[in-house]
Design a protein around this ligand. Structure first.
Ligand SMILES: Cc1cc2nc3c(=O)[nH]c(=O)nc-3n(C[C@H](O)[C@H](O)[C@H](O)COP(=O)(O)O)c2cc1C
Length: 192
């Protein structure tokens, strides 16, 4: 198909359960000609939005805080056909570093609407509780960016505590596979 998806791993863990879920999607989409690049962001020192308003003044769609991954990622996400945002559940919410990243990426870029019409999906990894609240919180970014949000047979979540435990969550694994198939279907519609 020749499409490219950027999948953000918002966990501090490079190879934890969030990565595991994103990697299922990557493996499912590869034979369909969709490249998924997993970018690890959750371990980076990314400052939160400081509400300086400079992105609105300049209208350049970039954050005034320089020196971290935010502006580069706005560019890479803009070039992609779709974006998946993945986070572990921390206290029933988005992991802190990932929230800092998402606030700045989506707020700074919003004047240019660079993600409008692209595929967007959220994925969460959790031990037991707070999956739906975190899933909702992630979806707010995709929704306000006017993306084509993709779902699955269940909300896009996978259960496990220690890295690798998500493999034992058969329903979660199946949910990620179906999500990948639905992403492929949406991509076909966009590309044709
Ligand atoms: C600070 C912290 C807070 C957590 N809060 C929750 C929580 O509210 N609900 C839950 O089910 N699991 C919670 N967990 C467990 C993680 O969501 C779970 O281990 C998940 O699989 C981690 O994904 P990762 O391996 O991609 O980091 C928390 C873990 C940490 C470190």
């Amino acid at each position: 198909m020749g499409a490219k998806i950027i999948a953000i791993n918002g966990s501090p863990r490079a190879k934890g359960n969030t990565h595991y879920a994103l990697n299922i999607i990557k493996e499912e989409l590869a034979p369909l000609g969709v490249e998924v690049e997993i970018v690890h962001i959750g371990h980076k020192a990314i400052h939160g939005c400081i509400a300086c308003g400079k992105c609105k003044e300049s209208g350049d769609g970039r954050c005034a805080i320089k020196g971290d991954e935010v502006n580069e990622m706005i560019g890479r996400m803009t070039e992609a056909d779709g974006i998946i945002i993945g986070s572990p559940v921390y206290y029933s919410g988005i992991a802190g570093g990932m929230k800092c990243f998402l606030d700045r990426v989506f707020y700074a870029s919003s004047s240019l609407k660079p993600f409008k019409g692209k595929i967007g999906a959220s994925v969460v990894a959790l031990r037991r509780g707070g999956g739906t609240t975190t899933f909702s919180a992630l979806n707010y970014y995709l929704h306000i960016a006017q993306m084509r949000m993709v779902g699955s047979q269940y909300w896009n979540m996978i259960h496990g505590r220690l890295p690798g435990e998500a493999a034992l969550d058969e329903e979660g694994v199946a949910t990620m596979r179906t999500l990948a198939q639905n992403i492929a279907q949406e991509l076909l519609e966009i590309k044709n």
